[in-house]
Design a protein around this ligand. Structure first.
Ligand SMILES: Nc1ncnc2c1ncn2[C@@H]1O[C@H](COP(=O)(O)OP(=O)(O)OP(=O)(O)O)[C@@H](O)[C@H]1O
Ligand SMILES: [Mg+2]
Length: 360
């Protein structure tokens, strides 16, 4: 097992694209670290650099304390599942999974035993003699996973390994992978663009945007104390609401509305007197209240346990859509007016997007 330490890592491709800029990150021994960010932010590039498949333009990469910048992939003791994995079409499931062990010249009996273990773990035992062409997309993806985990390397690198699975199988495989990683204790870097996957799987989550690391924290910390507007909007479903407001006395002005701020945050608002800033409010942190501001409901999504309301705040001058999550038992229809008030769970962001104000 091994920790991974990235210091001042930069990647510039031959065409001049800077895919990663001055990235510092430390993945602890045995940690499950998730790299998340929108398409093109540099996730696969980073993973491929750790694997040794992409040259490092600048900075230091260490695995288990050893500088590996110049080492060949096979000298790094890692196993990787690629975003676009490929199975050998002429080999059976068992042969595909056992391939890395045959390469390593392991005795046949030992290979058979390990392949059987992995197949059982990934629920592939019934398909062990089939060829990839005769499997579903999800089964093929699990074979690719199996091929990676059949060895016990120092590090697993997984690039969107669940992207081809349907929602149910994805959920199931997600928790299987978390269990598996906990059991094996192998340091893992897992790439996804799906924030739900990131939040549910990672011990810590590193959020990337345009090749720049924004924040690397526990899921709880990312949700409660996002360092900037980007992280705040990226983590959480539905996304955080952002409302441009001006501090005035102990309240905030938003277009024609004056919004009451809970007492615990009034000092903070007084401190910002006259300043315009962005209020960040998660949909689950707005409340229906008789004393609240009246807003028209322009959309309703009934999800069963909860209902998502879309409301309009402001007037024709500057209307903002606000999303509120309420209990599924509430009967609210489109076109109605509801009254909404702020709770204490507010985030403040300066004009440049950086978090200001109190931490939770
Ligand atoms: N071989 C290459 N040559 C030039 N630019 C590249 C190369 N590979 C990737 N890029 C660019 O580098 C940036 C990062 O790409 P990367 O594949 O790491 O993104 P990603 O975060 O994995 O995205 P996705 O979620 O779509 O897989 C992108 O702007 C991409 O166009
Ligand atoms: Mg990618």
């Amino acid at each position: 097992m091994a920790d991974i330490s990235l210091t001042n890592i930069t990647k510039t491709y031959a065409n001049g694209v800077t895919a990663l800029a001055e990235l510092d990150l430390h993945v602890q021994d045995g940690e499950f670290l998730v790299l998340v960010g929108p398409s093109g932010c540099g996730k696969s590039t980073l993973l491929r650099m750790i694997a040794g498949l992409e040259e490092i333009s600048g900075g230091e990469l260490k695995i288990g304390g050893r500088l590996v910048n110049q080492l060949e992939p096979k000298e790094r003791d890692i196993a990787m599942v690629f975003q676009s994995y490929a199975l050998y079409p002429h080999m059976t499931v068992a042969e595909n999974i056992g391939f890395p062990l045959r390469l390593a010249k392991m005795p046949a009996v030992e290979i058979e035993r390990r392949v059987a273990d992995v197949a059982q773990l990934l629920e592939l035992t019934p398909y062990i003699d089939r060829r990839p062409a005769n499997l579903s997309g999800g089964q093929r993806q699990r074979v690719a996973m199996g091929r990676a985990i059949v060895r016990k390397p120092s590090v697993y690198l997984l690039d969107e390994p669940l992207s081809n699975l349907d929602a149910k199988l994805r959920d199931q495989t997600r928790s299987q992978m978390v269990d598996l990683q906990a059991r094996l204790g192998v340091t893992t870097v897992y790439v996804t663009h799906d924030q739900v996957e990131a939040m549910t799987m990672g011990h810590r989550v590193a959020v990337l945007k345009d090749g720049v690391l924004q924040q690397c924290s526990t899921p709880r910390e990312l949700y409660r104390n996002p360092v900037n507007k980007f992280v705040a909007g990226f983590i959480g479903m539905p996304s955080m609401n952002f409302i441009k407001v001006t501090a005035s006395g102990e309240m905030v002005n938003m277009g024609p509305h004056r919004l009451d701020v809970p007492p615990a945050l009034q000092n903070e608002i007084v401190r910002l007197e006259g300043r315009t800033f962005t209020l960040g409010i998660r949909p689950e942190h707005l409340e229906l209240s008789e004393a609240g501001v009246p807003l028209e409901v322009t959309g309703v999504e009934h999800l069963g346990a909860e209902t998502i309301l879309r409301l309009v705040l402001g007037d024709s001058e500057g209307a903002t859509q606000i999303v509120v999550r309420v209990d599924g038992d509430k009967r609210i229809e489109r076109g109605e007016t509801v009254r909404i008030k702020l709770t204490e769970k507010l985030h403040f962001f300066a004009a440049d997007g950086v978090r200001i104000g109190p931490a939770f």
